[in-house]
Design a protein around this ligand. Structure first.
Ligand code: PLP
Ligand SMILES: N[C@@H](CCSC[C@H](N)C(=O)O)C(=O)O
Length: 445
């Protein structure tokens, strides 16, 4: 790559870099100079990248090279420490995440691992009671093995968070909307409370459910934003990636130190795939959330308890819209019966039964059996995660096809009663059966 030394993104500008113990480090390839100056609207910026090679290629080249010839002082020497394709992606991400610096690693969990490696024995973490299963698993590991105290509280209640944070709170870790209960947490309110309790506390927000197209936690007072690039940013379920955005230069250097030391930086080809995916983020999300709204209304109008921040019935509708620009494309609903939920999921044809979300294909899943199965049943119960909950992740297919397929699944599973005008949900306690038959639903004990 031939980025000029004085390029506006700051590539190559001399900076002071410290390792975790404060020792000088050579400059890392993506300095912490502000990169978020946007010229255009976000949808344009997603597509717009400066050419970064000598031939002005339209698509960023994939520098599929582990090493770079030269000697001391050159910008790149080894891909674990830095790679031009990865740098290009990081500069692009910093711009769209409203961050001074972005870093990319091999998965969303890899991103959380990098972030939580700054915790030391005795540190305290305050987090939510509805979290992605993998996040819960990593936090539980840290609690059991690294003497980190992890407090799970209802982060939808600012008072509960205020009661949990204190001067020993090193990190506050939030999801909003949460996965899978689609709860909304007040990022600005919690960030202020955490920083008041301990000015050094790091507030990290998992932005996977919305992506930077719909929400920018750093603008709301968070110190770190991270997300699984496996989801909306890439959009096609063909790459695993994790993204971290920060404004604070020394925090950025600590995270870079971890990435270089552990070797979890995103590979060149995967960086290229993520760059390609980001270009269509706006059109995908716009289409996905328009369809999600229709699917959510369809289910709600047929008597289901639906969790989606695009619905006025969402208890934190106003809060969500005060901090996000859209409702996203993940929703969940309850049926009142695990067996019924299983039948609905298994009766779909177009909706793929799969973990994950953010892909162009629509997916259906039962979180307690799939994405959140690593949370033990007793904890799921304690945290009021309904076993029957069905999660829908809406893709870009034709909306009528999606609703038709869902309708036939609801009918086949016996979740609704056929009426003259269509169908309606059965009231709780009514016998639910396959269409035409009467079958008593018996949930396992
Ligand atoms: C909210 C959330 N955060 C983080 C992750 C982890 O991302 P990845 O699968 O890319 O490691 C996931 C899903 O896996 C997720 O749903
Ligand atoms: N077997 C995996 C499950 C991944 S779940 C992926 C995604 N975050 C989702 O919510 O669907 C694991 O144990 O991590």
């Amino acid at each position: 790559m031939s980025a000029p030394r004085d390029a506006p993104n700051g590539i190559g500008k001399a900076m002071k870099h410290l390792d975790l113990d404060g020792h000088d480090l050579p400059p890392s390839p993506t300095p912490s100079t502000p990169t978020n100056g946007r010229k255009y609207a976000l949808a344009t910026e997603l597509v717009y990248t400066e050419s970064n090679d000598q031939f002005n290629s339209s698509s960023t080249p994939i520098y599929q090279s582990a090493t770079f010839k030269g000697g001391p002082g050159q910008e790149y020497d080894y891909t674990r420490s830095g790679n031009p394709t990865r740098t290009h992606l990081e500069r692009h991400l910093a711009k769209i995440m409203n961050a001074n610096r972005a870093l990319v690693v091999s998965s969303g969990m890899g991103a959380l691992d990098v972030i939580t490696r700054i915790l030391k024995p005795g540190d305290e973490v305050v987090t939510g009671d509805d979290l992605y299963g993998g996040t819960n698993r990593l936090l539980t590991y840290l609690k059991n093995n690294n003497d980190i105290k992890v407090h799970h509280v209802d982060t939808t209640k600012l008072a509960s968070v205020k009661a949990a944070v204190n001067d020993k709170t090193t990190m506050v870790l939030l999801e909003t909307p949460t996965n899978p209960l689609i709860k909304i947490v007040d990022i600005a309110g919690i960030a202020a409370a955490a920083h008041e309790a301990n000015p050094k506390a790091i507030v990290a927000v998992d932005n996977t459910m919305l992506s930077p197209y719909l929400q920018n936690p750093l603008d709301l007072g968070a110190d770190v934003v991270y997300e699984s690039g496996t989801k909306y940013l890439s959009g096609h379920h063909d790459v695993m990636a994790g993204v971290i955005g920060i404004n604070d230069a020394s925090l950025g250097e600590k995270f870079f130190f971890m990435i270089n030391s552990t070797g979890c930086g995103l590979a060149p080809f995967d960086s290229w795939l993520l760059l390609r995916g980001i270009k269509t983020l706006a059109v995908r999300i716009e289409k996905q959330q328009t369809s999600s709204q229709a699917v959510a209304e369809f289910l709600e109008n047929h008597g289901f308890k639906v969790r989606y921040p695009g619905l006025k019935s969402h208890p934190q509708y106003a809060l969500h819209w005060s901090q996000a620009r859209g409702a996203g494309a993940v929703l969940s609903f309850e049926t009142g019966s695990v067996a019924l939920s299983e039948r609905i999921v298994e009766s779909t044809n177009l909706w793929g039964i799969s973990v994950s979300f953010g892909c162009v294909n629509s997916l259906i899943s039962m979180p307690c059996r799939m994405s959140h199965a690593s949370i033990d049943p007793a904890t799921r119960k304690e945290r009021e995660l309904p076993e029957d909950i069905i999660r829908l992740c809406v893709g870009i297919e034709d909306l009528n096809d999606l609703i038709d397929d869902l309708s036939q699944a609801l009918v086949r599973a016996g979740a609704v009663r056929l009426t003259e005008g269509g169908f309606e949900a059965l009231s709780s306690g009514e016998t639910r059966g396959e269409s035409g038959k009467t079958t008593q639903v018996v949930d396992e004990p």
